[in-house]
Design a protein around this ligand. Structure first.
Ligand SMILES: Nc1ncnc2c1ncn2[C@@H]1O[C@H](COP(=O)(O)OP(=O)(O)O)[C@@H](O)[C@H]1O
Ligand SMILES: [Mg+2]
Length: 381
């Protein structure tokens, strides 16, 4: 039995967010602006989300007692962290309305389930092969050709849990290095660029998409996002259509980030989906009247979804680890840089600490040199 939720939650209702990181923090801040209170399930009492929340339940994501206490404190449940156990999801779904639904989370948690779902929905993905045994891996190499990418099905992020297989000699090592099995082998796509689309869908089925974002990675971590993506208008329109198709097939209520590759012929392949605000949508915080976090909060609380309008072109640069954070005093001193700090105490290498947005007039996104120049102290040397 799921507790009934009125069509739209009234102000002062409590939004339960599973996960205490920066996505929870920025969702909580957007919730507060709309008069909602955020309550976080986290094991970090002083983490990014807890710092700005109305309340927290301290506990593990798979602790039934913590999940029950959390559910009893909130009106609707959402996630900023996807890796909640199936049992935990079932428990939460029995106590409160969960948006996006537990089913969507289960699809996005598992690369194999995700590939099968996208195939069934008729959404194009890179050719792939499930790998349970060494024989499967040899079959994958045969079917996909070399090089290809081998990925774990669960818990991968920021390029972790992946190996590139360049030669037949790499097969055994990659198979042994990645666990648990099964794994997914994917054809290596020689893409022209990587893009993403943030799509939101309301309780009435309305969908809105933000402009397509172009994404650049560095050491497996998102480094820069540019909006709008520098792709032909018809390809951008198709990318938005693909995102809407995924949202409809999932019967989404909430926000979903859809990562895609654009191949050299303008063809679109979906890479992965994330049913939550997405790092590549952070530019919307300064370039859109209603940003991805506000859209997410509106969708899960049953409020109407306004058009996802963009008033400026934008570049988002992630602040990762101690090197980027060493620039913080210059960042806050540079006019035109719009900094967002996640409140993390320690800047470990590879850790996302914040991001910076830079705005340009609508239609005025500059070329490579202009982008670097606008980043001031964060420009690549
Ligand atoms: N099939 C592929 N072909 C080419 N590059 C890929 C492929 N799969 C992943 N990558 C590269 O690795 C990055 C991380 O892979 P992804 O599957 O998105 O995992 P993560 O969960 O770490 O984001 C992608 O953004 C892309 O740059
Ligand atoms: Mg990814």
């Amino acid at each position: 039995m799921t507790a009934p939720v009125p069509s739209a939650l009234p102000p002062n209702s409590v939004l339960g967010i599973v996960g205490g990181g920066q996505l929870g923090r920025m969702s909580a801040m957007a919730a507060a602006r709309l008069g909602f209170r955020a309550h976080i399930l986290t094991n970090e009492p002083d983490g990014p989300a807890a710092q700005v929340a109305h309340g927290i339940t301290l506990g593990a994501y798979d602790d039934p007692d913590a999940l029950r206490r959390f559910a009893s404190a909130v009106d609707v449940v959402t996630f900023e962290f996807e890796n909640v156990s199936a049992d935990g999801l079932e428990l939460l779904s029995g106590l409160r309305t969960v948006r996006p639904s537990g089913r969507i989370l289960r699809v996005s948690q598992d690369r194999l389930a995700e590939k099968r779902f996208l195939d069934d929905a008729g959404v194009p993905v890179a050719p792939w092969h499930a790998v349970e045994s060494r024989q499967d891996l040899d079959d994958a190499a045969q079917a996909l050709g070399l090089p290809f990418i081998l990925k774990t099905t669960r818990l991968g992020y920021d390029g972790k849990g992946q190996r590139r297989v360049h030669t037949a000699g790499d097969l055994a090592g990659a198979f042994d290095a990645l666990a648990p099995h099964p794994l997914v082998a994917e054809k290596m796509i020689d893409f022209a660029c990587e893009v993403s689309v943030m799509v939101a869908r309301g309780i009435d089925g309305t969908t809105v998409t933000f402009d397509v974002t172009e994404n650049r990675h560095r050491n497996g971590i998102l480094d820069l996002s540019l909006a709008p993506a520098r792709i032909p208008p018809d390809v951008a329109a198709q990318a938005r259509d693909v995102a809407v198709r995924v949202a409809m097939a999932l019967d989404l209520v909430g926000l979903l980030g859809v990562e895609m590759f654009i191949d050299r012929d303008g063809g679109i392949l979906v890479n992965e989906i994330a049913p939550r605000p997405h790092n590549s949508g952070h530019w919307t915080m300064d370039a859109c009247p209603v940003d991805q976090f506000a859209m997410h909060v509106r969708a899960i609380t049953g409020l109407p979804l306004p058009p996802a309008i963009r008033h400026s072109d934008a570049v988002m640069k992630n602040l990762v680890g101690p090197d980027d954070m060493a620039q913080w005093p210059s960042i806050v001193a540079t006019p035109g840089l719009l900094p967002h700090h996640y409140g993390k105490a320690e800047a470990r290498p590879g850790r996302k600490m914040g991001h910076v947005n830079v705005l340009f007039p609508h239609g005025g996104l500059p070329g490579e040199f202009g982008v670097e120049a606008a980043l001031g102290p964060l420009a690549r040397q």
